[in-house]
Design a protein around this ligand. Structure first.
Ligand SMILES: [Zn+2]
Ligand SMILES: [Zn+2]
Length: 155
């Protein structure tokens, strides 16, 4: 008799666990809306975050800027401030200026300061140049071969 009741109780227990999991999901989803892809180097800062200054749409944007504060003209002073929300901001550790992590605009009203967009240095592909010159010399070799062959036929 007791054997027949036990599986039923266990099933009820699993249902309760499942309901708890479903109920906790929206909360977990909301707290996971955070800036991500945060990268700080001496040359640049990068993050994917919601725009917090209103200059862009309210959604995720990836901003890559030089690690330079235009307000106090300092390099390497930007620190990421997650703010516990999907928005993020770059804060200068020297003059405490706050910049929107998405657009790079200083969050002071009517501020003319804006982080400098970072463009990684262009690396010339040596491989392609070498390959091209190889093809050129191969064509030159083939031309030589054709000429000698023609000479051979003429003789
Ligand atoms: Zn913004
Ligand atoms: Zn600064």
């Amino acid at each position: 008799m007791s054997n027949g009741i036990q599986p039923h109780r266990r099933f009820k227990f699993y249902i309760i666990i499942l309901v708890c999991l479903i109920l906790s999901l929206p909360t977990a989803g909301a707290s996971s809306m955070k800036p991500y892809n945060v990268e700080v180097t001496s040359a640049f800062v990068k993050a994917t975050a919601f725009c917090s200054c209103g200059s862009m749409s309210y959604g995720y944007h990836t901003g890559t800027f030089e690690n330079y504060c235009p307000r106090c003209h300092s390099y390497g002073t930007l620190k990421f401030n997650p703010k516990d929300s999907p928005e993020g901001e770059w804060t200068c550790s020297k003059c405490s200026a706050d910049y929107c992590a998405a657009s790079g605009k200083e969050k002071e009203p009517n501020s003319p300061y804006h982080l400098v967009p970072y463009n990684p240095p262009v690396v010339q592909d040596q491989e392609i140049i070498t390959t091209t010159s190889n093809i050129d010399s191969m064509i030159a070799d083939l031309d030589k071969y054709d000429q000698t062959n023609l000479l051979g036929v003429n003789n």
